[in-house]
Design a protein around this ligand. Structure first.
Ligand code: PLP
Length: 406
């Protein structure tokens, strides 16, 4: 029906238009398909389509061609078969917890796990009657000692958060595989699917290889732009995937297709960015080892860094992260002044983006095991010139942590 103010055009015509763009548009990047509603040809079509096996489209929350494409690529990247997208890396962690655990169960995490994931377990899961235990990622015996028949989920993380200890992943997996009721989930954000393959880790002794679930904060390397929050949950087992998928659906975890497109855009350059940030971080770690103000450089590729031998046995690549532990003679205030004096490093969370970042941490508030004295600064290395970053660190060291005061 024509609109009185716009003869010839009606509101209905704006919605029901006959034009269909010609098929056959080929481009390097896939299209960005958005939709909450998915239209069906008729009622029979509505009733016939399945969302669980991804053979068709039913509702935006169940995915569009754009999100299916990203899921497929991430599964391939991590050596898995199925993948689910979540609104953040943290929601990927909480989805696995909620899908795998119920009242009376126990979940075990490394003491150096990503902090908000520990917090989710200790506070939210506790309210639902799930107990949480923490093991020392560098000592498989502490994991073995904690596993009971109620243990249903064990988290692995390599390298550890902030302190970057690299665990003996195959040794920890071997302990878990002695207990068939245990589901093994890995936070693979640091490895990004590039440093090692979580689904081929071999625990030996004829035990089943690979972790069961790999989660990934796409916010970090896959996006690479410091402008997207997203997570993924990758599996190889169809039944396990379905269990996660049903919880994912019931929790209503959707992602925006513009964000999915941004991650798809970041993926092709990820191996190059990962390699460049790895190279730069190692150069900065080597420089830091020569600074008298620094008592320890935490980076798994540096000999003397905790778990270096486990990293060497499994990987040749590393993420562009390192932490500097300063001499205990420097006060926390002096170390904070050092961070404030940095000009190129931004002060902020996350990593894997273009800009280098620095965050000071107080380990005493983060760990059960007694932490070493001295303040610690975590650096994430971006894509700036390495020499400029070293120059920046040098000027801040010189002005805020002078050698004369040692
Ligand atoms: C950042 C991060 C997460 C959480 O990702 P968000 O998208 O920020 O929620 C989880 N695990 C690790 C290891 C991370 O670095």
């Amino acid at each position: 029906m024509p609109d009185r103010d716009h003869p010839g055009l009606s509101a209905t015509d704006l919605i029901h238009h006959p034009y269909v763009a010609p098929a056959g548009f080929e481009a390097v990047m896939p299209g960005v398909h958005k939709g909450s509603t998915v239209l069906f040809r008729d009622v029979a079509d509505l009733h016939s389509r399945q969302w669980k096996d991804k053979s068709g489209y039913t509702y935006g929350l169940h995915g569009t061609p754009t999100s299916f494409t990203l899921e497929e690529r991430l599964a391939t990247l991590e050596g898995g078969r199925q993948c689910l997208l979540t609104p953040s890396g943290l929601s990927a962690i909480s989805l696995v917890d909620l899908a795998m655990l119920q009242a009376g169960d126990e979940v075990l995490l490394p003491d150096n796990a990503y902090g908000p994931g520990k917090d989710f377990a200790q506070v939210e899961l506790a309210r639902w009657g799930v107990r949480t235990g923490f093991y020392d990622s560098q000592d498989a015996r502490t994991l073995e000692a904690l596993i009971t028949p109620a243990t249903r989920l064990v988290w692995l993380e390599a390298a550890g958060s902030v302190t970057l200890e690299f665990p003996d992943l195959t040794g920890l997996l071997r302990v878990c595989r002695q207990h068939p009721q245990v589901c093994v989930a890995l936070d693979n954000t640091w490895g990004a699917g590039l440093a090692f393959n979580p689904f081929t880790l071999d625990p030996g002794e004829g035990l089943r290889s690979g972790v069961d679930v790999s989660i990934h904060a796409l916010t970090k390397y896959p996006s690479g732009g410091a402008d997207v929050l997203m997570g993924s949950v990758t599996t190889v087992d169809e039944a396990l995937h379905l269990r996660l998928k049903l919880s994912h659906m019931r929790l209503g975890l959707g992602v925006g297709m513009d964000d999915v497109a941004a991650v798809l855009r970041g993926l092709p350059s990820m191996p190059l960015r990962y390699a460049a940030q790895d190279r730069s971080a190692r150069e900065i770690a080597q420089w830091a080892l020569r600074q008298p103000q620094v008592v320890r450089v935490l980076h798994p590729a540096m000999p003397g860094s905790p778990g270096h031998e486990h990293w060497s046995a499994l990987c040749t690549r590393a993420a562009g992260l390192l932490s500097l532990q300063f001499h205990p003679r420097y006060s926390v205030e002096q170390v904070h002044a050092f961070v404030d004096a940095l000009r190129l490093f931004g002060i902020g969370y996350s990593w894997g983006g273009p800009m280098s970042l620095a965050v000071p941490y107080d380990l005493r508030t983060m760990r059960r095991h007694p932490a070493p004295a001295g303040a610690l600064v975590r650096l994430c290395i971006g894509l700036e010139e390495t020499a400029d970053l070293i120059g920046d660190l040098e000027q801040a060291l010189r002005t805020c942590l002078p050698l004369a005061s040692v």
